[in-house]
Design a protein around this ligand. Structure first.
Ligand code: PLP
Length: 446
């Protein structure tokens, strides 16, 4: 296989497709970060994806560090997943009635994550939205607490001080509950209280004041959507204290689930959430989300309980097949998480050395196969919250991103995102990436 990077100025096909797309789709894309708005340039329209590589409409190959924003932990078009989907396809694409694969995936997910019951949805957004409704229905309380710069999908009540593509819109003070999007009524946003990630005292104070009204505290156990932020043990302890106040603790593992370990960040960090949300890897690249947890809480979901939640395509047989093949492959390969960690920590070390050599200030956060180089001079590993992440030089990052892209490396097109390494990335891709990164850092001095 070809592993060398390719220089390209060939974007004619992507430009033509982008022009057509803009005429018929807002901004030309079906999800905002894909438009390259914060880094500039033409978004590449992708024709195909195999292993660690993407090929765009102009035929240029890239080493991919987005992995469809997380799902492709095995690499693109993995044979086990492709064959499972092809096999399922022979028997029909949607039944609107229960089938065996849903039972199998639910059994596998509950076993791997130590949860009692799980309900499948078709996206991570639906999972978090439904988990909050469930928490409100179970506790009879109205308020939820989230953390600034955490992103939990685009349900109205969660578009408050949200991260990811909204990171550039954040300007409210803590507790202020400013909507991050037009169309979210202030009255609705007021039901979402905002605290600061990795600030146990702020959470304790908020809960002391309003705790009796709080149905749930939802959080990213390792943040990917403000760039990578790693929680402190003190913050995790404060999160667990809310359970003593009758609020449910909801771990949003849409990004970290099955990525940081077979039991996600929950397993890695010793968390004890009441409910957990999944997405991305659980569907192996097809549209799946899920929420699950304590049986007494989950039994409040319809048709067993009074909290309504449904989906025409929920438990879709093709999507279940892709999820099953992905999780089974992960479980069967005992060394996989070690190899992902090894690749990513070598990438982190390489970036630190190369940036220092070029006199470019970066602060790298890395855990497992997630990594963000914040373009700022703070010591490595010390960026801990939204405010500090936001001090990054987004213009410098944007130029570095373009330097990588022009050398065949497809990095996340925003400073405030994690990259995702897959099991298809090998030493050859690592060497090629670091070679391109060296040149991209050098570009910044010109
Ligand atoms: N929660 C987290 C932590 C996410 O990272 C995302 C998406 O990136 C979501 C929820 C929403 O998932 P989806 O895009 O599948 O609706």
């Amino acid at each position: 296989t070809q592993t060398t990077t390719q220089a390209t100025s060939q974007t004619a096909q992507s430009e033509a497709l982008f022009a057509r797309a803009r005429a018929v789709t807002p901004g030309g894309v079906n999800s905002p970060v894909r438009a390259f708005k914060s880094v500039g340039g033409t978004p590449r329209f992708i024709r195909e994806a195999h292993g660690a590589y993407l090929t765009d409409a102009d035929g240029t190959r890239y080493i991919d560090y987005i992995g469809s924003w997380g799902p492709m932990i095995l690499g693109h078009n993995h044979p086990a997943v492709r064959e499972a989907v092809a096999d399922a396809l022979q028997f029909g694409t949607s039944f609107g009635a229960p089938g065996e694969r849903e039972v199998e995936l639910a059994e596998l997910v509950t076993r791997l994550t130590g949860t009692d019951k799980v309900r499948f949805t078709s996206s991570g957004t639906e999972a978090t939205m439904s988990a909050l409704r469930l928490a409100r229905g179970f506790t009879g309380r109205k308020l939820i607490v989230k953390f600034r710069g955490n992103y939990h999908g685009h349900a109205d009540g969660l578009l408050v001080e949200a991260g990811s593509g909204l990171m550039t819109n954040l300007d409210g003070a803590l507790g202020e509950s400013a909507p991050s999007s037009a169309g979210v009524p202030e009255e609705y946003a007021a039901l979402t209280l905002v605290s600061e990630y990795n600030d146990p005292a702020a959470l304790d104070t908020l809960m002391a004041e309003r705790g009796a009204e709080v149905a749930a505290v939802i959080f990213e156990p390792v943040v990917g959507n403000a760039g990578v932020l790693i929680p402190t043990p003190e913050f995790l302890a404060a999160l667990h204290r809310v359970q003593g106040m009758g609020a449910l603790l909801i771990a949003d593992e849409v990004m970290t689930g099955f990525r940081l370990s077979l039991n996600g960040a929950t397993g890695l960090l010793g968390l004890k959430p009441d409910l957990t949300c999944w997405g991305k890897i659980i569907g192996g690249g097809l549209p799946v989300g899920a929420y699950g947890g304590r049986g007494d809480v989950m039994d409040f979901v319809s048709p067993q309980g009074p909290v309504y939640q449904a989906g025409t395509l929920s438990g879709n047989p093709l999507a279940m097949a892709a999820g099953l093949a992905t999780l089974r492959t992960l479980e069967a390969d005992a060394g996989i998480y070690g190899r992902l960690e090894s690749y990513t920590s070598q990438l982190a070390d390489g970036l630190k050395t190369l940036a220092a050599g070029a006199g470019v200030a970066i602060s790298v956060n890395q855990i497992g196969s997630m990594l963000t180089p914040f373009f700022q001079g703070a010591p490595h590993g010390s960026v801990r919250d939204y405010a500090q992440a936001a001090r990054s030089d987004t213009q410098g990052f944007g130029r570095w991103f373009q330097g990588l892209l022009s050398r065949g490396i497809y990095w996340a097109p925003s400073q405030f995102e994690s990259i995702f390494v897959s099991a298809s990335h090998t030493g050859a891709e690592l060497d090629a990436t670091l070679e391109a990164a060296r040149a991209a850092f050098a570009d910044l001095n010109q």
